[in-house]
Write a protein that binds this ligand. Sequence first.
Ligand SMILES: Nc1ncnc2c1ncn2[C@@H]1O[C@H](COP(=O)(O)OP(=O)(O)OP(=O)(O)O)[C@@H](O)[C@H]1O
Ligand SMILES: [Mg+2]
Length: 393
Amino acid sequence: MDRQNMQSESNRGVIAKPVFLGNAPAIERVRVAADRVARGDAKVLITGESGVGKDVLGRYLHAQSPRARSPFVALNCAGVSETLLESELFGHVKGSFTGAHRDKIGKLQLAHRGTIFLDEIGEMSLRMQALLLRFLENGEIQPVGADTPAARVDVRVISATNRNLPEMVAAGQFREDLMYRIKVVHLHVPPLRERADDIRLLVQHAITRTGSQVIIDEEAMQVLERYRWPGNVRELQNVVEQLAWLGHDGRVGVPDLPPALLAAAPSAIMRKHERRRQVADDLFQTLTSGSHKFWDHVYTLFLNRDITRHDMRELVRRGLTATSGNYRAMLHLFGIDSRDYKRFLNFLAAHDCNVDFRQFRTGVTATPIERPAVVGAPASPIHRPPLQGGNVH
Ligand SMILES: Nc1ncnc2c1ncn2[C@@H]1O[C@H](COP(=O)(O)OP(=O)(O)OP(=O)(O)O)[C@@H](O)[C@H]1O
Ligand SMILES: [Mg+2]
């Protein structure tokens, strides 16, 4: 089933009440205007960058309107041939073109008494624009291949685009008369970077949608709030989906954020994490070189508060990376007696320093890490264990 038909199928079903979230003044203004125009039949043009929520706003408008109980039918005008688009919009009669095996009703007719959402209207060819204009002027539907109009329909038209229509008009790519027809009311959805106050709300909503219980810590949230989000709410949702399943023990910290976000993070936060990384690297080096053992050195530093819980977690992450997620294999690496396995796990749990080992289970065989022989410890190299190897349980 192609994209167009999939949309049409889903639109025939029951539509969940759309949520158009946001309390930032810029979005509040759009919602107030939407609530007001929803009551009437005026044609609405929704503009805004990709991923800002034009689709959501279109559905919201319909749901708020007196037409809410009638169909909302969406049609994406991009990426389909002109013939297919014409047939999708107006329907066709059997035999009107190759593959037209039977009569088909167009989306305008399916949307009778309801709303048609013409998405990416800026991508319509000039010929299609002329056909749409004719329909908007007389309300008549002429299916492809039919000699006479088949029906008159009552639909409310909402269009959306991320293109600049006046510029397209100036360049001769969009009909000026059509632009004015579809833009009786113009709603512009601002980019996410202009409503950073809503980021927390949208992040929380996106987490709930994933069904995960992940918690994003305060510093990571601040990075999310300051990022520019060129892909707007859609990008935010994608990032949250990744984080929901990658976070350590259900917590997401700054190191878990994708590189693009880290590159844009405030320098104070990054300096702090750079220091943490450095501390963890030094501790890891000290342990794996054999010059110190975990209980004598790292544990003591921790008790004396010379290193923090964050440093300890970073160190554990280094260990899990080196052992492909095998806590037991970390014992030898850190100079811990194998009889102290439980003690080690209990210590990490008691101080909230344990890290979910699953994300380190790559199954990739890496270079073995050697720890020089120390008195009382086996001298064999630690090989990255196989995927199923060593569990914390
Ligand atoms: N205000 C909002 N409240 C809740 N979810 C939102 C909001 N804005 C956007 N979203 C979500 O973000 C995603 C992108 O939104 P939408 O598809 O409406 O964007 P768009 O502007 O139509 O994008 P495009 O230009 O790429 O078609 C969707 O999953 C949508 O549910
Ligand atoms: Mg859209």
